[in-house]
Design a protein around this ligand. Sequence first.
Ligand code: BTN
Length: 321
Amino acid sequence: MNSKREQIVAHLIGQHSPVSGDFLAAELGLSRAGIWKHIQILRDQDFDIEAIHGRGYLLKSDVLSASLLHQRLHTKRLGKTCITLDKIDSTNAEIMRQADKGADEGLVVFAEQQTQGKGRMGRSWHTLGEDALALSLLLRPNISPQYVSQLSLVTAVAIQKALSVFADDIRIKWPNDLLYHGAKIAGILTEMRAEPGLVHAVVTGIGINIRAPKQGWPDDITQAVTDLSTVAGKDICRMNVAQAIIEAMDETYDTYLAQGFDPIREQWWLAHAACNQPVRVHNGKEYIDGIAQDLDSDGALLLQTSHGLQRIITGDLELMA
Ligand code: BTN
């Protein structure tokens, strides 16, 4: 995008009221007529910009621009390359393909639509255009494959911090769902490419509900769900969420690499929705009831059951309190 037009879009993103032509003209060193010309070109490029007489310009669509995001990011490792795609099978699959071709750590891929979005435990994940944020990040940590599950929890801690900028009371539900008052607002899927003893690539995929879809939530979603704009009480734009997520992930991942899993484990436990609370876990075969006692160093949940302490490695957790 032409840099003047990019600057105009940057000024309009996330604004809930019109931005005046005078303001844009002064900021960009152009005349009001010059701004108007650029607005016309942006409209031809499919930017939905309303000109409100006497008040200015309002961006009506929730633009997610990789180049604008890249300019805004303050990170050490992540987001040095950001890509936005209109349509892809799955951003996790795309990152894995890029990783196989030698892409560097920190690559971020966003998609407006995923035709085969993947959820945990073999489930599918819907990505609802502007109402959702779907992204995946490429990590290349120098750790043994047995520790890769910790990165899902690193990601959960980062997302909890990032979403807490927009709304209070966002909690983690083991292993790595993000909830608001019991309703799911975001999910994480971590995948890896490794050989015994050596991790080649870790993909951490994040799906966030930004707005409630106008046509309603898809029928096959059986659990309680909500979205960030509803819980924040105002419309939240995806660029701000994307920036908060990548920056929080960069910082949390840095802590993990420098200090190991212990500080992450502590933060995770503090943000967990069910510390010392009764829960039920379905591990694919059976339901196990108990009290969520702690998080083990590999990310397993320690559950105090009537048969003693059990380590739960995988499954779906239900809050019973
Ligand atoms: C879950 O809660 O089941 C995990 C959902 C993870 C969804 C994200 S959306 C971006 C990335 N690409 C995928 O195919 N899945 C993850």
